[in-house]
Design a protein around this ligand. Structure first.
Ligand code: PLP
Ligand code: COI
Length: 354
């Protein structure tokens, strides 16, 4: 891939690594490439971070033909920079794009583009404990058309943001509100795809949760509003009587890469993992009788965030005395150890940027 690189003449001042928060700062450059049926993907370029011009009738703005991904680059103790399972993000983007009638970005092209932009902004990869460089690839059609037909021209972009913890609570437990009115996804819909429309439709649940003092919403299935699915921007995992449970990814739940990595590790540790449906009443009962021992939300942004309380229709259960569970802590240490290059990567999940 021949990438043209135009470097900024006005590099930004880098933020304090101890106060990054999540997604507040953007680096100096971004990656762009375009698609049309005649040329396929073309015009690979890295340019200074700047606005993307769009026609007011661009289909992405009206009909949300847009998909995105999220992964991170980590600074190892020796100073080198590695990505975590970027091929998985590439494959998920292919699935999202198929659902949204958008062209595929081949896996190699996706991974090379991520590596290339991180190389250009390598100085932005932070090294403070708990920090990383969040990589946000996204794709949309900027083609203008008010009639409802599929488009033929698309843009793929990658922007970067140095980040710390997603939640203000850091690794301390968060409270979650179970949404009983609105739904996020139904079978046959777009729940498994990482597309902007899913998040727009879910914003109302997130807003409601935050107004009531909860960090995240927990979605129930869209058909019966009964089975536990996932949190707003992360998967939900919990342990009952020593067995770890999470919702199956059968079309309505985003197949998280953190979720997949965690299930892999747990199975390797000999822990029973159940990717099965669980109804909310049974989960709340397990919370009340104390058999619900650990719970956490997991995702690239959230990493592993312990859940200390669940509220469903005004009934609130506290989990593990609002402290991080033993295995949750062990998982956090091991997974982030691999990501930050402090544990041997026996799974071959990390990819150096050069
Ligand atoms: N579920 C939703 C709705 C998400 O937005 C995310 C974040 O990407 C996840 C789950 C977790 O996925 P991953 O671990 O790949 O980041
Ligand atoms: C991610 O974890 O990469 C996401 O896209 C979640 C988002 C809510 C920040």
């Amino acid at each position: 891939m021949d990438i043209k690189i135009q470097r900024t003449t006005k590099p930004k001042t880098k933020p304090d690594q101890k106060a990054l928060g999540f997604g507040k700062y953007l680096t100096d450059h971004m990656f762009l490439m375009d698609y049309n049926p005649e040329q396929g993907w073309h015009d690979f370029r890295i340019v200074p971070y700047r606005p993307i011009p769009m026609e007011p009738d661009a289909v992405a703005l009206h009909y949300a033909q847009e998909t995105f991904e999220g992964l991170k680059a980590y600074r190892y103790p020796d100073g080198s920079v590695h990505l975590f399972r970027p091929d998985m993000n590439a494959k998920r983007l292919i699935n999202s794009n198929k659902r949204l009638c958008m062209p595929e970005v081949p896996v190699d092209l996706f991974v090379e583009a991520c590596k290339a932009i991180v190389r250009v902004d390598e100085d932005w990869v932070p090294s403070e404990p708990g920090t990383s460089l969040y990589i946000r690839p996204f794709m949309f059609t900027s083609e203008g058309q008010i009639a409802l037909h599929n488009c033929t021209r698309f843009t793929f972009a990658i922007i970067l943001s140095p980040v710390g913890a997603y939640f203000a609570e850091g690794i301390n437990p968060v409270k979650i509100l179970v949404e009983d009115e609105y739904v996020r996804a139904v079978k046959g819909g777009t729940g498994f795809a990482k597309c902007g429309g899913n998040y727009a439709g879910a914003m109302i649940g997130q807003e409601k949760a935050e107004k009531l003092g909860y960090s995240q919403v927990l979605w129930l299935d869209g058909a019966e509003r009964k089975y536990v699915e996932e949190a707003g921007g992360m998967n939900f995992v919990y342990s009952i009587n020593g067995e770890f449970w999470t919702a199956p990814t059968e079309g309505t739940v985003l197949p998280g890469i953190t979720r997949d990595s965690i299930l892999h590790i747990l199975r390797d540790w000999g822990v029973t993992v159940r990717e099965e449906r669980m109804d909310i009443d049974t989960l709340m009962a397990a919370g009340h009788d104390g058999s619900l021992k650990e719970a956490f939300a997991c995702g690239t942004a959230a990493v592993i965030s312990p859940v200390g309380a669940l509220n469903y229709k005004g009934d609130e259960v506290t989990i593990n005395n609002f402290t991080i569970g033993e295995l949750t802590q062990k998982l956090y240490d091991y997974l982030t150890g691999i990501q930050w290059g402090k544990e041997a990567d026996k799974y071959g999940w990390t990819v150096a940027i050069d």
